[in-house]
Design a protein. Structure first.
Length: 98
């Protein structure tokens, strides 16, 4: 099946402690194992070069939550939109705690 993907690069040089490295890899594993419509799907992860962790994720057209907050400007977001997003976020958090 053909689909668009995104590759996100995370600098690992700032993460020196082994426990933090393990936490990062555990989070990537959790994201790969959580099929939920409101959790970004991670298809693959790899290191390239050794100090970069690359995540191959589904492509999300339109930006992320932070982009939407910035786009709303000083007037802020309308309440119905905020309510929808909060419900979606809580639904994702619920699946992570099962």
């Amino acid at each position: 099946r053909n689909c668009y993907v995104a590759v996100k690069q995370l600098a690992r040089k700032g993460i020196r402690e082994a426990a933090q490295q393990e936490d990062l890899m555990r989070e990537v594993s959790m994201m790969r194992a959580c099929p939920h419509e409101n959790i970004l799907r991670v298809f693959e992860s790899f290191q390239d070069p050794p100090d970069q962790l690359c995540l191959v994720t589904e492509y999300c057209d339109g930006g992320d939550f932070g982009d939407k907050v910035k786009e709303s400007g000083p007037a802020g977001m309308r309440e119905p939109i905020v309510g929808l997003w909060i419900r979606q976020m809580l639904s994702a958090v619920q699946i992570l705690h099962v």
